[in-house]
Every structure is written in structure tokens, then in C-alpha cells.
Design a protein around this ligand. Structure first.
Ligand SMILES: [Zn+2]
Length: 649
């Protein structure tokens, strides 16, 4: 075999193996995301091509390296070659063992979303393919050592050479001869693999351009989530203290939703509901720190990418990281650590660089920061004399001590913590508001639809001293009332305000409608496109929230200014007990701070709302609550009251 043909075989076989492994990984992603069921063919092509092209490159490199290494050993003799092969096989086994267990979640990220059977199949395929490559290169080298260097030895030669080595050598030479006889087939496979890789490379280069053609004419969308930002901290929503001048500027140029509600009071289910436009418990029955967004449902970024948008996310990680399932549909999903990086500046800088690089192609950009989340770092508004026993910076250590009852804060200390929180809000405004201001100055923002929101608020001694500061444990306004601001010059009327309550699950269908993309039948939210384009109030609709992080499970419904919170099993809690009333009713117009529970006298509309919540709670919890654990479903007087109004029969 000529050296050029040998090179084609070495590279081509490596490429074939690389394409196969890349294809298996790509197919795994397509399968887990149900792309074909959801008819996301364009996205599926991108998911497949994504790992296959680099796979081909790595395969060629691995094959060439093995060929060089083993060829050199073969030149030195059979003994060094055998030692080399045995060492390589041990290395291969060690690498597989490392992959299979200790680094499984790092190397095979999708394993978190996969069944064990499927992961094993994928892993087995990768193991078999890499073994094939190692074996092929080893046999070539052995053939060389045994037969002085060429694959295509003749029968006579093989017999002659083997006869000197006795029965074992004869058999082995026969085996090597059979391997050598495959040379034509191997050459053809190698040429086909090279051609396929070439075609795939062309497709890979063309895909972004074809995508840009598909998406051309559609507006870009920038979605900013400032984690843990209470609605009442925005100047645009009535705060007297000047914490957010830059975001207020964005608000005056666009639309402010005065009563936006998140679907959950903590990060993971709130963002999951935002991107899936589905209530938390309709996505999964349990939300905990080690859970993730089910991949089978389609997230907003996937619709944009399917339509040809460029997509990128720059986040503070944690519950919003790609590991939690939020990477779906994003070409780039960068999880930052703001504690290590010293703030959200790096996130803003990365997002800015990406937007500039994308140029005029339509894009969907998601930016997220944990800046107002503890640790509270910025003392803009804090008086050091208030700090008392607290350090200058309030970290999770102090927050934990408060939760455990080891640290009970004085009035001044509470004020100090609240002022630090406000300082963090101000810093989020400086960095994220500054990022948007830079985009405005460069004319980029005027070509995009911008949404700024938060996933939930923060309780700061509004009612529960043992769980302040924190979130996740209740469904009162300080946690579920969130900022929502939209800016789109020329399309969304500047300075407009919407009073009626809306939910963050309305956002995904709204953005699809505003960008002219088809709606997703799985979405539970409604499109607010008409409201955003005309400034008209949306029609009334019930708004729900649920999925607390700790304490007893609570369910919330809001209709206009009426709000009902149901805690069906106050004594059955996640992680820690928190005292709760079974039923609370508030009129937010008269009582925005939810101080006066109206549940003693249920009106018919309120009873209807309780009925809706009770059915939902029962549907959600029936599978999770053991029969003997349930106790009385609702207090008897409440049951009687509801029955007298015609409910709960
Ligand atoms: Zn959050």
C-alpha cells in the first residue's frame, strides 16, 4: 500500500469514528429534546452537525497520533510494540472507567437528563467506537512489525514468514493477512468518511448563513433577568429611594407592567416557567435543588434557534445554569460565578462582546445576574453605625445563622441588611443598566426588543423574621410581585403602564407573537402582544403561582386585585416547618402589603378561586402525599363555608 493511500486510511478511519461518536452525542441531544416529535428539524440538524464536525477533527487527530506512535514502536521491534499496545489499552480502560463514573456528569452532561439505559447505550457506543480505532491502529502496526512494513503481504510471503514462528506465529500471521486483505474496503470507507466530513464541514459553515436568511427581517430580543429584585425597589414602580436610575430610564422609554407576577418564588421553577410558559408543577411534580427543567418540553430559545436566530446566554449559573436544563436552544450558554469574578461586570462584558460580534443577524440574548441576591456587598445606602454585630458584608453564613435562630437581628441591624440589599440593587442597575445604555449609545438597542424582569423578590422582614432575608418560602407579594419592563422603540408605546396583573408565563408566547413566530400549543401563558403594541389593558385572567422551595406547599391564585393563598397541609413541609394558615384572602387594592386576611367571610368569587386552587393542589399533591399523611384536607368550618357556597362537593 502506498504511503498516500495509508494516510487516507489512517485519517479517513479516524474521521469515520469521530463522525460516529459526534453523531451519537448529537442524536442523544435530539432524542432527549424530542426535537423530531416537536418538528424542530432545523434545530435537530444543528444539534447533529454541532458535535459531528469537531468529532471528525478529533478522530483524525487521534488516529494520526496513534499511527505515528505505534509506527515508531513497530520500527523498533515487536517487543516495544507489544508493550506500547498493552499500555495504550490500559490507558483506554482507565479513561473509560474515569468517564463512566467520577467524571460522568462533567463529560456526559446530558446524562443528568437521560435514563440510565440510554446513557449506557451512548457510552457503550463511544467505548466500542474508540476501541475499534485503537485496535485498527494496533493491528496495522503489528502487521508492519510482523511483515516488515506493509499491509498487503501476499499469501506466500505470509506463509513463508509465519513458518519460522511455529504454530502461534502462523495463526497470527494468518490473522494479520486477513486484516491486510481488508485494505480495499478500508480505503473505500476512508474515502467516503473524508467526503462526508467535507460535505458536513460545508453544511456547518453554511448553517449560520442559512439561519440568518431564515430569520432575516425579524427583530432581535434581549431578555434580562435580575435575580431577587423586588418590584418595589424600582423607581419606575414607585420606589422613592433612587436605586435604579438607569433601569427607570429604560422603563420611561417603554412599557411598565405594574403587577407582573412570577409563577414561583425561587430561581429554578421561576425561570423554568418563564422559558417553558408552563406552571412549575405542570413541568415536574417536585422541584428541588438537584432537579432540572425536563428536556422534553421546548424552551423559548429553541423556538428562536429553530427560526434561524443566533442565540446566546450569559448567566450567573447556579439554578439558571445549563446543568439545570436552561441551555436548550442556545448556541452559547456561559455560566459565570459572580462571587469569583467579583460581580456581574464580566457577564455584561461577555454579552456586549457577543452582541457586537453578531452584528445585524437577528439574535436572542439572555442575560442573568445574581447581584441583588445575598451575599449583600454594596454599602451605598448603609449606615455603618447600624451594622451592630454584622460584618460589613452580609454573606450566606449570617443568613444561615438567622434561619437557625442563632442570630436575631435588632431593628438597626435589619435596616443595615435592607440597606445593603438596596446597595446591591443599585449596583445591578449600574452594571446591567449600564450595559443597556452602552447598547443604546451604539444604536444596537433601538433595533431590539428588550425585556427586563426578575424571577422573584426577597423577603426583608415583611412578615417572617426567621426567614428574612430570603425567598422561596411563601407566595406573598414581596416574593412573587416582580418588575417587568419592555422597551421596543416605535412598536411599544413609550411611557405606557399596564395596571392589570400579568404572569411571567405570558412572556414566551408574547415574544413569539411579537417576532412573528408561530405559537407553541404547550404554552399555558397568553400572548400580551396586543397590549404591548397598543398600550391597552389585557383582558382579565387568573394568575397562578406555586412550587415553594421550603416550608409547607402553598398555592396562589390572583384575579384582578383579589388574591387567595392556599396551604392545604400546613403541617407537612419541605425541609423546615414554617407556620402557615390554610387559607388566606387579600384585596391587594385596599391592602397591598397583605396584612388583612379576608378568609373569614368568603364571597362567591373568592370561593370560586379557592375551588380552583383546591383542585390544583389536590391534583399536584395526590401523588406525592401518602394517604395516612394527609390528615383533614381543609379545616371543617372552611369546608362548610365553601360547601354552603356550592363548592368542594
Ligand atoms: Zn432567583
Amino acid at each position: 500500500m502506498s504511503s498516500s493511500r495509508r494516510l487516507v486510511v489512517v485519517l479517513g478511519e479516524g474521521i469515520a469514528i469521530g463522525l460516529f461518536i459526534g453523531g451519537v452525542l448529537g442524536w442523544w441531544e435530539v432524542w432527549l429534546n424530542s426535537d423530531l416529535t416537536h418538528r424542530m428539524y432545523w434545530l435537530a440538524t444543528q444539534r447533529l452537525a454541532g458535535p459531528m464536525v469537531p468529532g471528525a477533527g478529533w478522530g483524525a487527530l487521534a488516529s494520526a497520533t496513534l499511527a505515528l506512535l505505534l509506527g515508531e514502536l513497530a520500527r523498533r521491534g515487536r517487543r516495544p510494540l507489544w508493550i506500547g499496545i498493552v499500555c495504550l489499552e490500559h490507558l483506554w480502560i482507565a479513561a473509560l472507567a474515569a468517564l463512566a463514573f467520577p467524571f460522568r456528569d462533567t463529560a456526559l452532561l446530558l446524562h443528568r437528563f437521560s435514563t440510565y439505559g440510554l446513557t449506557r447505550t451512548v457510552f457503550g457506543s463511544i467505548a466500542a467506537a474508540s476501541f475499534l480505532l485503537l485496535t485498527g491502529r494496533s493491528l496495522d502496526a503489528l502487521n508492519r512489525a510482523w511483515n516488515s512494513g506493509d499491509l498487503d503481504i501476499t499469501d506466500a510471503e505470509a506463509r513463508g514468514r509465519a513458518s519460522a514462528g511455529g504454530i502461534t506465529g502462523r495463526r497470527f500471521a494468518g490473522f494479520l493477512r486477513a486484516w491486510g486483505a481488508l485494505r480495499r474496503l478500508r480505503f473505500v470507507i476512508a474515502v467516503l468518511a473524508l467526503a462526508s466530513a467535507g460535505l458536513l464541514l460545508i453544511l456547518w459553515v453554511l448553517l449560520p448563513r442559512l439561519s440568518a436568511v431564515r430569520a432575516s427581517g425579524r427583530p432581535s430580543v434581549i431578555l434580562v433577568s435580575i435575580d431577587t429584585l423586588r418590584a418595589d425597589r424600582l423607581g419606575a414602580l414607585g420606589s422613592a429611594r433612587p436605586r435604579t436610575p438607569l433601569l427607570d430610564g429604560i422603563a420611561t422609554e417603554g412599557m411598565v407592567f405594574e403587577q407582573a407576577m412570577s409563577a414561583a418564588p425561587w430561581t429554578l421553577p421561576s425561570h423554568a416557567s418563564l422559558f417553558a410558559s408552563r406552571l412549575p408543577f405542570d413541568q415536574r411534580r417536585l422541584w428541588d435543588y438537584n432537579h432540572e427543567v425536563p428536556l422534553r418540553q421546548t424552551l423559548l430559545a429553541e423556538w428562536f434557534r429553530e427560526a434561524g436566530y443566533r442565540t446566546a446566554a450569559f448567566t450567573g449559573g447556579g439554578y439558571v445554569s445549563s446543568r439545570c436544563g436552561f441551555g436548550q436552544g442556545f448556541e452559547i450558554y456561559e455560566d459565570h460565578d459572580e462571587l469569583i469574578e467579583g460581580g456581574p461586570e464580566t457577564i455584561a462584558a461577555a454579552a456586549l462582546a457577543w452582541v457586537r460580534a453578531v452584528g445585524r443577524a437577528p439574535y436572542f440574548l439572555f442575560v442573568h445576574t445574581y447581584e441583588p441576591h445575598y451575599p449583600y456587598l454594596h454599602a451605598d445606602f448603609a449606615n455603618p453605625a447600624d451594622a451592630g454585630r454584622l460584618p460589613r458584608v452580609v454573606s450566606p453564613k449570617e443568613v444561615d445563622a438567622i434561619h437557625r435562630g442563632e442570630l436575631i437581628l435588632s431593628e438597626a441591624e435589619r435596616r443595615y441588611v435592607t440597606d445593603l440589599y438596596d446597595g446591591d440593587v443599585a449596583h445591578a442597575d449600574r452594571v446591567i443598566g449600564g450595559f443597556l445604555q452602552t447598547l443604546t449609545r451604539q444604536g444596537i438597542l433601538d433595533r431590539a426588543l428588550v425585556v427586563v424582569l426578575s424571577d422573584h423578590g426577597e423577603e426583608l422582614w415583611d412578615r417572617e423574621p426567621a426567614y428574612s432575608p430570603d425567598h422561596g418560602h411563601s407566595l406573598y407579594q414581596e416574593l412573587v410581585h416582580v418588575p417587568l419592563v419592555v422597551r421596543w422603540p416605535g412598536r411599544v408605546p413609550a411611557g405606557s403602564r399596564i395596571r392589570k396583573p400579568v404572569s411571567l408565563i405570558d412572556l414566551a408566547p408574547t415574544l413569539l407573537a411579537l417576532t412573528g413566530l408561530p405559537g407553541d400549543p404547550a404554552h399555558q401563558g397568553r400572548s400580551l402582544a396586543r397590549t404591548m403594541q397598543t398600550g391597552e389593558e389585557p383582558p382579565p385572567r387568573s394568575i397562578l403561582a406555586e412550587a415553594i422551595e421550603y416550608g409547607p406547599d402553598r398555592f396562589m391564585i390572583r384575579e384582578g386585585d383579589l388574591k387567595v393563598v392556599l396551604t392545604p397541609y400546613p403541617n407537612r413541609f419541605n425541609l423546615v416547618p414554617i407556620p402557615a394558615h390554610t387559607l388566606e384572602v387579600f384585596d391587594l387594592a385596599a391592602d397591598p402589603l397583605e396584612r388583612h386576611d379576608l378568609s373569614a367571610h368568603l364571597t362567591k368569587p373568592v370561593a370560586e378561586m379557592v375551588d380552583v386552587l383546591w383542585r390544583r393542589a389536590r391534583g399536584v399533591l395526590s401523588g406525592a402525599v401518602r394517604q395516612d399523611d394527609q390528615g383533614p384536607p381543609l379545616p371543617e368550618d372552611l369546608l362548610q363555608q365553601l360547601r354552603s357556597l356550592g363548592y368542594l362537593h
